[in-house]
Design a binder for this molecule. Structure first.
Ligand SMILES: *Cc1c(COP(=O)(O)O)cnc(C)c1O
Length: 541
């Protein structure tokens, strides 16, 4: 553990210190500005209070005997104590504004400040969904204008704006497919999903009541067209295909897949979460797709994770558009954008589109994530069509730069399948000494990076999926590559110090399986020997 390894790396702070106990090197447990922070329940007690309230004056009890009889058990802290607690915790977060976020399949893009400025304008930020429609015409224009862009960029016919995340959008698309099949009296039971699919795809199909069947991949990492066509038949409602797929590759046979599915009477759902790689270059409508969700929080730069809610509009083909959810916006001949709601929806559809309404229902109470619509439209308008096209090109260039800069030290399973799209896929093949993808990922924390996506896609053993996005500079990518190269060399040489990484973090190796399987989410008081584990015991080092 103490000898410098081949790459010259040495866990200096760790020398001579018992594993995972070096937080005791200082009296406080703090190390410089990396502050130890206990749980709020451990800092405050319910015997103290941060505010001085006068004793309530005796008066008639109007609670009908429902008044609390026992203490509520909240820690009493003053305002500065509370603010310090949460500020300290917030500094332990990694964020897109702090450094590169290489998570593949998540598209962690920079969130331009212009988006935030526009979203905070009172005319957008201070309105309420229950306001009279006449007082929110501008907001409806924003929704409709964004809808127009999404339709134009995808070459589709309509768009459902209300879904609130990618997975929510998938459900919306599958419900449209089900409604269309039911309308023609042809309920079908099976949805085909490639084995490399994002986990939300089979989950969505199953949630909507379908039986999910896997389609195998070719050795190239793409959907096996022959196996897919062989399985098509009168029981197949549709397919769900991610394009570009989760191996970071473009599905070249997409049009042939769509034609075969349509010929067999099914519909094609495309998981469009990876649209960032092809915006301005390919229109999914031209590939025969019937429904595709777009993650505004990925491709169109609205914040996600801790930074904000998702938003997953679903673009629809002409065949599926009539079945989309309510409410939706539509501009009538007089130039006014309407919010088409339940009471008038059928009348409206007949009058303006000459068709009865066949909507499957609603996806959300109101019209979707307004704050995200404002941000996404700002992003789109500030880039323009040419700027969006350049963003997808730069994203793909960055991913290929990472792929080709590291494929001599990291195994690239589909490195021979041509250039990748927006994400580079590696595996742990060639690591020595029992070291795994997990060890390399933990080492990234010591190097100051958020780990990449690990063990996904499932079709690749020890997968590492890296998506650098278009806004990272060459210098930033070179820094990431330098860190990954050093870690890869350590992993290949069997450097066992990697097993203990991260060393330079508030917590080290946690029992992640236990934390996921048996999360302790409530405070049960301080630990007693052999008693209920407390949060601090489970999450502590
Ligand atoms: C992110 C993602 C999803 C799910 O989107 P959420 O907004 O997280 O629900 C689905 N498919 C793929 C390929 C994704 O990357």
């Amino acid at each position: 553990m103490t000898a410098p390894n081949q790459s010259g790396w040495r866990p200096a702070m760790h020398e001579g210190v018992k594993e995972n106990s070096y937080s005791r090197e200082t009296a406080t447990g703090n190390r410089g500005l990396m502050l130890e922070e206990a749980l709020i329940f451990e800092i405050g007690t319910n015997e103290t209070t941060g505010v001085d309230l006068p004793e309530p004056q005796a008066g008639a009890d109007r609670l009908g005997g429902l008044g609390r009889s026992e203490p509520i058990g909240l820690p009493g802290l003053s305002e500065p104590e509370t603010i310090r607690h949460y500020t300290r915790l917030s500094r332990q977060n990694y964020a897109i504004d702090l450094g590169l976020f290489p998570l593949g399949s998540c598209t962690m893009k920079h969130n331009p400040r212009l988006n935030e400025k526009v979203a905070r304008m009172p005319g957008f930020a201070d309105i309420h969904p229950l306001q009279p429609v006449d007082t929110v015409r501008g907001a409806l224009e924003v929704i409709n204008e964004l809808a127009h862009w999404l339709i134009a960029l995808t070459g589709m016919h309509g768009v459902a704006m209300t879904p609130k995340a990618g997975a929510h959008g998938e459900l919306c698309g599958i419900l449209c497919i089900r409604a269309a099949l039911e309308a023609r009296g042809d309920p079908r039971a099976v949805i085909l999903v490639p084995e490399s699919a994002h986990g939300t795809n089979p989950a969505t199909a199953a949630f909507a009541g379908y039986r999910v069947e896997n389609i195998p991949a070719t050795s190239e990492g793409r959907v096996d067209l022959e196996a897919l066509t062989a399985r098509l038949g009168p029981d197949v409602a549709g397919v769900m295909i991610t394009n570009p797929n989760t191996c970071g590759l473009f599905e070249r046979d997409m049009k042939a897949i769509s034609d075969a599915v349509h010929a067999a009477g099914g519909y094609v759902y495309c998981d469009g979460a990876n649209f960032n790689a092809i915006v301005g270059r390919v229109r999914p409508g031209d590939l025969g797709i019937d429904a595709m969700h777009i993650n505004l929080h990925k491709t169109f730069s609205t914040p996600h994770g801790g930074g904000g809610p998702g938003s997953g509009p679903v673009v629809l083909s002409e065949a599926l558009s009539p079945f989309g959810p309510l409410p939706y916006t539509a501009r009538t001949k007089d130039g006014v954008v309407h919010l088409v709601e339940e009471e008038h929806a059928d009348e409206f559809a007949r009058e303006h589109f000459g068709k009865p309404l066949q909507s499957f229902g609603r996806m959300s109470a109101f019209h979707g994530q307004m704050g995200m619509f404002t941000r996404a439209l700002t992003y789109i308008l500030s880039h323009g069509a040419d700027g969006l096209r350049q963003a997808s090109g730069d994203a793909v260039l960055n991913a290929n730069y990472v792929l080709r800069s590291l494929d001599d030290v990291l195994d690239a399973p589909f490195g021979d399948s041509g250039p990748c799209m927006h994400e580079a896929l590696f595996s742990d093949k060639g690591f020595a000494g029992g070291l795994t993808t997990l060890d390399l990922a933990k080492g990234m924390i010591d190097e100051g990076f958020h780990p990449m996506t690990m063990y996904f896609p499932l079709v690749v053993h020890g997968a590492m999926l890296i998506e650098p996005t278009e806004t990272e500079s060459k210098a930033g990518l070179d820094e990431l590559i330098r860190a990954l190269r050093s870690l890869a060399e350590r992993a290949r040489s069997g450097d066992e110090s990697l097993k203990g990484a991260p060393y330079f973090a508030p917590r080290h190796r946690l029992d992640e399986t236990l934390a996921a399987r048996k999360p302790v989410l409530a405070w049960h008081g301080p630990a007693t020997p052999g008693g209920t584990p407390t949060l601090s015991e489970q999450g502590g080092s």
